[in-house]
Design a protein around this ligand. Structure first.
Ligand code: M6R
Length: 608
């Protein structure tokens, strides 16, 4: 996690760095800091807490200079504190480093450096980096950074300044994202594109072990041997405004409302009536699809919940067995993988550490990997064999909403693509599902109009400490997501259960007034769901049901019903998740929580 930025140019660096950090705060917000070189002197300001704290300090004592680096932290090694904030420096204060990632051998390096007389002032893994660079510094900062990185194990994106060579900014990455923004006579480095979009749309997407050397002579990309790397400039087509709030109070509510568009964009040119599904960046052949004996879907958090829907629809439509795995567990269970195995990783960011480890393990063992990701040029998109981009646009709120909706669409597209190639469905059936998919944006708009019901519900229930989500089949997968959303933004404890499983234990938790959110969108399972709801109402629970329009008979069995637009059963998750996202959002608002930046969380989890 963590966000890093760097600026080298002709303008005052402080404002540009702060602006960049603001765009990266979704990556962590435990502390923030900047280091700027002014007349050959390296000045550092850093402090615990949100970026606003740093801004307040800089307002009182601004830092001058046109070359600088900055950092926003999600704490891993060492609690959030001023000392543990980045940038970290060497003892003389001449070398300054910002870092995203984890230096896995930092204990060894720390002891080694301490034995040589180096003194440490923080508990972080990062602090070994400036000391290591200092150790190797013999008048050439680029060489010293290269020697230091050769000793470092783990993941990192770092940016380095040295006041003895004030006209240089060095950056390098390994297993953590880093991009370079190209301006006119000015350059930017950052963990992610939104940080530079106010200044430029031309960027380099760096690969591992590519060193960026920015100086008065311009920019050079080189490898550890000093050989020049020629790289294509990537032109960012999406608008900076797409990463702004656009009149909404929070990113989360803005992104919830962007779902109809995100769903439509993700289907564009892929789901076209009367045309077979062709997928640009997926090169798996018909023969390879026919030979697949198993698919693993591997992901974390919300992406994992999208995978739960993916498992169901791929098995149902394409008749290929699918195993669903939590990425952080996957490699530790010695999974059975061979060349007839396909892995689908789902990751909004395309850089989640656990998901990337699973992807690499699958590739090592000869499996083919499809990455479903929202970030062009992300690690997942580069390392997988095939990519299916979810065109959700930048998702800034820590709680994933529109990315989830588009991941569901990606699952339907893959399932239909496999069904088409394996001929497990007739063309008529495929066309029927495609036609229903094309109606989803409109149905999502319709669902979004009903937010007042949800607001009223949250006003009555936000003081509850626990809530339960239940469902059967695909509704259970959505219940998992609804429960995660609620707890992550409103801090209300919640659990999701397969409705039929309640009687095997969890029903003991039901008492007078217990709040249960019950999803009943699946026609085939409707009757059984109604029985489950009745069992809970009988035991005093207040059951709030979500059911397809027209199913008014449910009203007798529950406390209240919200009707959702009717769609094909397999597509229902795309619509039924919307009221649950709204519910989580309005609960958090009622409770006064920081919706876009929930405590202890970060958008991209780049540590295992
Ligand atoms: O970037 P990824 O999709 O790989 O992220 C996976 C999870 O960390 C993410 O979905 C997380 O669970 C969200 N905060 C949930 O809203």
């Amino acid at each position: 996690m963590c966000g890093i930025v760097g600026y080298f140019g002709i303008k005052e660096a402080q404002t540009i760095l702060i602006d960049g950090l603001r765009k990266l705060e979704y990556r962590g917000y435990d502390s923030a800091g900047v280091a700027i070189i002014d007349n050959g002197v390296l000045n550092v300001t850093k402090c615990k807490g949100r970026l606003a704290n740093l801004e307040a300090e800089l307002l009182e004592t601004p830092l001058k200079g046109t070359v600088g680096i900055g950092h926003t932290r999600w704490a891993t090694h060492g609690k959030p504190s001023d000392e543990n904030s980045h940038p970290h420096t060497n003892e003389k204060g001449t070398i300054s480093v910002v870092h995203n990632g984890i230096i896995e051998n930092y204990i060894h390096l720390r002891e080694w450096l301490m034995a040589k007389g180096y003194k440490f002032v923080s508990e972080t893994d990062t602090e070994v980096v400036p000391h290591l660079i200092d150790f190797y510094y013999k008048g050439n900062i680029v060489e010293a950074v290269k020697k230091a990185t050769a000793k470092m194990e783990g993941s990192y994106a770092i940016a380095v300044l040295c006041s003895d060579e004030p006209d240089k900014l060095i950056a390098v990455r390994k297993d953590s994202p880093l991009i370079v923004g190209l301006g006119e006579n000015e350059f930017y480095v950052a963990s992610d594109i939104p940080a530079v979009l106010n200044h430029t749309r031309e960027v380099y997407l760096l690969e591992d072990n590519e060193f960026v050397v920015i100086s008065n002579d311009g920019i050079k990309l080189e490898d550890i041997e000093g050989d020049i790397i020629n790289k294509e400039v990537f032109h960012v087509t999406w608008d900076a405004a797409a990463a702004e709030k656009g009149g909404y109070e929070h990113f989360m509510i803005k992104e919830i409302h962007e779902q109809p568009k995100a769903i439509r964009d993700t289907m564009t040119s892929r789901i076209v009536l009367g045309q077979p599904i062709t997928l640009d960046d997926i090169n798996i052949t018909k023969e390879q699809i026919k030979k697949l004996d198993k698919i693993y879907i591997v992901a974390c958090g919300t992406a994992y919940h999208a995978g739960a829907v993916g498992k169901y629809v791929i098995e149902k439509l394409a008749r290929i067995p699918v195993e669903l795995d939590i990425a952080s567990e996957f490699k530790y269970r010695d999974p059975i993988i061979d060349k007839n195995t396909l892995m689908i990783v789902i990751s909004q960011s395309g850089e989640t550490a656990d998901t990337m480890s699973a992807l690499r393990l699958a590739k090592e063992k000869g499996a083919r990997v499809i990455a479903v990701t929202n970030v062009v040029g992300s690690a997942a998109s580069r390392e997988a064999d095939d990519v299916l981009y979810t065109w959700a646009g930048p998702e800034i709120a820590v709680a994933s909403t529109k990315a989830y909706a588009t991941q569901l669409i990606a699952m339907y597209i893959i399932a239909l693509f496999f069904a088409q190639n394996k001929e497990t469905l007739s063309m008529d059936k495929i066309e029927e599902i495609k036609a229903a998919m094309l109606e989803l944006p409109e149905k999502a708009e319709e669902m979004l109009k009903d937010k007042e019901t949800i607001q009223k519900f949250t006003a009555k229930t936000y003081m509850h400490k626990d809530m339960f989500f239940i469902g059967r089949g695909l509704d259970y997968a959505v219940a998992l997501e609804g429960s995660l959303k609620l707890k992550e933004v409103s801090y209300i404890h919640s659990d999701a259960y397969a409705a039929g499983e309640l009687k095997h234990g969890a029903i003991a938790l039901m008492e007078e007034g217990t709040i249960v959110i019950a999803l009943a969108t699946q026609e085939e399972l409707f009757g059984k769901m109604v029985s489950n709801m009745r069992e809970l109402s009988t035991r005093g629970a207040k059951v709030y049901a979500f059911a397809p329009k027209g199913h008014t008979e449910i009203e007798k069995s529950v406390h209240a019903v919200t009707y959702v637009p009717k769609v094909l059963d397999i597509l229902a998750p795309v619509i039924s998740v919307i009221p649950l996202q709204l519910l989580a959002y309005y609960m958090a608002i009622q409770k006064g929580c920081d919706v876009d930046k929930p405590r202890n969380l970060a958008k991209s989890v780049t540590v295992e």
